[in-house]
Structure formats: structure tokens, C-alpha cells
Design a protein around this ligand. Structure first.
Ligand code: FAD
Length: 386
């Protein structure tokens, strides 16, 4: 049960039933609807090749011509080849040696009378579920069960065919073979469930990336948002959420700035409001992955026998993450943060865990800690409760 749906928990948007799982195609369609409803022109199949900036404008040079604007919001994800003129350049990348194979399909795919049918029936009895299977040969299997779609995600050692791309489609048989070989203890219903996977499976090669503090260009008219500014390891389960929060925060900062001349301050304030929050959440990608793969559950664990304790990995998110309103935060904090970035006055972000003392990290420091088997302590720094 997600933290915000637990009994007695009230979040800041009680009139909205917040699901714990949204499918990408549906989500993209909602966003497209909204952009079209606002009358914003879209140019599909157009590649940005270069962006140039002067004191009062930016020009985005594409393969279909140039676009002039007051500000360029670079939301080009991790794969961009565009040399954005942002100091610091691209974040350092290290191959983790692992991959996650993912697929979603309609629940009707599971044949009636098959061993996996019991899993589908459990949705009617217990509602949507997010199941995690850990242990064994450094693997984990997550199963998502909703009233229309079901999905699974299997973390495993990468092989030559694993690649960091949504287009890296593999035959499910390849992955199912790895699942079967990883343990002799699999529940037969689970194995039957994955064996009934239709179509192809995306096998995403997992790469660690450094956290970079500056997302704005020198003149402040180019701002990176989403994965382009801060790539997430999928075990953080928060990259898309933070990309969206960026959009909301930036829009409010631009609104607060009021004039075209003030746009560079708006992008810098947005960056200062967001960096620490995002950096902490990026770090959870390392911590969650480590916990999921290296947990051992003994009689002291707080969950019933065989279940993953709720304080482990994904399950401990914290109110500070899901109860945040980035629009309201930007509105309330804009002036104080502006005085900080422009005049050097003191400012402390409050969109991080209450009581948290921010510690910067690098890919190297996290990698070293994990290699030495060290405990992170991230989720004990400040209040991560409900
Ligand atoms: C396996 C996996 C599981 C994940 N699970 C979760 C999860 O549970 N929860 C969560 O919140 N996040 C999750 N994420 C992270 C999430 O997918 C990303 O953080 C999110 O998609 C980032 O959005 P974005 O818009 O910044 O970048 P993207 O979604 O990568 O979009 C960038 C877009 O820019 C386009 N583009 C790139 N270069 C150019 C160019 N030069 N010109 C024009 N267009 C260009 C690309 O084609 C693409 O459409 C997961 C990621 C992975 C890989």
C-alpha cells in the first residue's frame, strides 16, 4: 500500500485519488491533451541541433529551421547529442553492470485456468498491488497488478543485448530464462505469469550518473529540466515525478519574475529551489537498489514471514516527497531565494526532509560506499516518516 493511501494518512490533495501506478502511454496522452488545449504549437520529428544565446534571446537551431525565444527549456532527456552551452557539460556516467527488463500487458492476457490466474484473481480480492520479490542471485522482480494492466520489472546482470534505450526490445524468452535460472524457489504462479508475456520486453541497461548543480546557462536563458538536468537511476522511482515538478516550479518562477528582462533570475532561482531536493532523490536510486539487492530478512524484520519489511527500499518514501506542492513552494520562496542568488543573502530550502543536513555526493563516493558494503544513512538524515 503506498504511503499516501495508508489508513489515517491525509495528503494535501485529498480530493484526488492518487494512483501508485500510471502507464507511460496514458500519461503522455494526458500531457499532449493539455498542451493542445492550451493551443501550444508542437513540431514533431524535429531535432534540436544547437542552441545559441545572447543577453536578450535564444535561438534553437533545428533540422527544420530556427526558433527564436526569450528562454529555452531543454527537456531533451539523457540521450541528447545537442551540445547545450551549460557549464559543467554532461554528467559522468558509469555502467552499473545491471539491467532492468520491463513489460506491461492487459491482464486479460493471462489464460483462465492457468497457474497465474490466481495472481489476477487476487486483484479482485485485494485491489491493485505492487509486489517485490528479492533474494537469490543478485536479482529482484517487481510485479505491478492493476485492474486493467499488469506489468513486471526484473533487475538482473546486464548482458551484451542490454541497452539504455526504450527501443531495446528483446524476446521475453531471453529474460524468462534468466529469471528461471536465478533461483529454484520461484512461486510456480509467478513463473507462469512471466511466461505468458506477449510481445517484446524492454531491457534497459542501468547507468549511474553524477549529480550536477548548475542547470542554467551562463546568461540564464537556457535551463535544463528533467533527465537532461538530473538523470535518475530507475530504483529511485522518481525521475518522471521530478521532471514534472521542475516544469511546475519553473513556470511559477517565470510568472514571479514578471518581465522578459528578469527571465535569467527566474531560471537561477528555480535551479536553487530545486537542486538539493532533486539531488537527495537521485541518491535514493543508489540506496534503494542496494537495499533491494542486499537485504536479508530475519526474525527481527517488521513484516510477516517472507514479506519485504515496509521500511526497505522503495517502500520508505516519506511525506516530504509525495506531499510537496512545487508551485506553492516556488511562489512562497521566490523573493527570498532571489535575494540569495542575486545578493548572497542566507536562504535554506524547506522542500527536503525536515531536519535534513544536505550533503553533496558524487558518483565516485556512492560507488565506493556500495563496493565496500557501507550503510548510506541517507534515510536517517532528517524526517522521512509520514
Ligand atoms: C526502467 C526505468 C524505470 C523508471 N521508473 C520510473 C518510475 O517508476 N517513476 C518515475 O517517476 N520515473 C521513472 N523513471 C524515470 C523517467 O522515465 C524519467 O525520469 C523521465 O522520463 C524523464 O523525463 P524527461 O522528459 O526529462 O526525459 P525523456 O522522457 O527522456 O524525454 C526527452 C525527450 O526529448 C527528446 N529529445 C532528445 N534529444 C532531442 C533533440 N536533440 N531534439 C528534439 N528532441 C529531443 C527525446 O526524443 C524524448 O522524447 C524510470 C526510468 C527508467 C529507464
Amino acid at each position: 500500500m503506498p504511503e499516501w493511501k495508508r489508513e489515517g494518512i491525509v495528503h494535501s490533495c485529498p480530493e484526488v485519488d492518487i494512483s501508485f501506478l500510471n502507464r507511460r502511454p496514458e500519461y503522455a496522452a494526458w500531457q499532449l491533451d493539455q498542451v493542445q488545449a492550451l493551443g501550444i504549437p508542437l513540431h514533431f520529428s524535429t531535432t534540436a541541433e544547437k542552441v545559441t544565446e545572447t543577453d536578450d534571446k535564444v535561438v534553437v537551431h533545428t533540422d527544420k529551421g530556427d526558433f527564436e525565444a526569450d528562454v529555452c527549456v531543454a527537456a531533451d532527456g539523457i540521450g541528447s547529442k545537442v551540445p547545450w552551452p551549460v557549464p559543467g557539460g554532461l554528467a559522468a556516467v558509469v555502467d552499473s553492470g545491471y539491467a532492468v527488463a520491463r513489460v506491461a500487458f492487459p491482464k486479460e492476457t493471462i489464460k483462465k485456468g492457468s497457474p497465474a490466474e490466481a495472481i489476477i484473481k487476487s486483484i479482485d480480492e485485494d485491489g491493485p498491488q505492487f509486489r517485490t520479490y528479492v533474494g537469490g542471485a543478485d536479482v529482484s522482480l517487481i510485479i505491478f497488478l492493476t485492474t486493467d494492466y499488469v506489468a513486471w520489472a526484473f533487475s538482473h546482470e546486464a548482458d551484451a543485448l542490454s541497452a539504455e534505450s526504450w527501443h531495446n526490445n528483446r524476446d521475453p524468452e531471453d529474460i524468462i530464462e534468466i529469471i528461471e535460472k536465478s533461483s529454484s524457489d520461484w512461486d510456480p504462479a509467478i513463473l507462469d505469469f512471466v511466461r505468458q508475456t506477449p510481445g517484446k520486453v524492454v531491457d534497459w541497461r542501468l547507468k549511474w550518473r553524477d549529480s550536477i548543480e548548475q542547470w542554467t546557462s551562463d546568461k540564464g536563458r537556457i535551463i535544463k529540466v528533467g533527465d537532461s538536468a538530473h538523470a535518475f537511476f530507475p530504483t529511485a522511482g522518481n525521475g518522471a515525478v521530478q521532471a514534472q515538478e521542475d516544469g511546475i516550479s519553473l513556470a511559477e518562477c517565470l510568472h514571479q519574475a514578471g518581465t522578459k528582462e528578469n527571465i535569467p533570475w527566474a531560471t537561477r532561482v528555480h535551479n536553487a529551489l530545486r537542486f538539493q531536493r532533486v539531488s537527495i532523490l537521485q541518491q535514493t536510486g543508489f540506496v534503494n537498489r542496494d537495499e533491494l539487492h542486499n537485504s536479508s530478512f530475519d526474525e527481527n524484520a517488521s513484516a510477516p514471514d517472507g514479506e519485504v519489511p515496509p521500511e526497505v527500499g522503495f517502500f520508505k518514501i516519506g511525506r516530504w516527497v509525495w506531499d510537496h506542492n512545487p508551485e506553492d513552494y516556488a511562489r512562497r520562496s521566490y523573493q527570498k531565494c532571489l535575494e540569495h542568488v542575486r545578493d548572497g543573502k542566507n536562504f535554506h530550502n524547506t522542500n527536503i526532509p525536515p531536519g535534513h543536513v544536505f550533503k553533496s555526493w558524487t558518483l565516485e563516493s556512492e560507488y565506493k560506499r556500495m563496493a565496500e558494503g557501507g550503510h548510506s544513512g541517507l534515510k536517517e538524515n532528517g524526517y522521512w516518516g509520514l
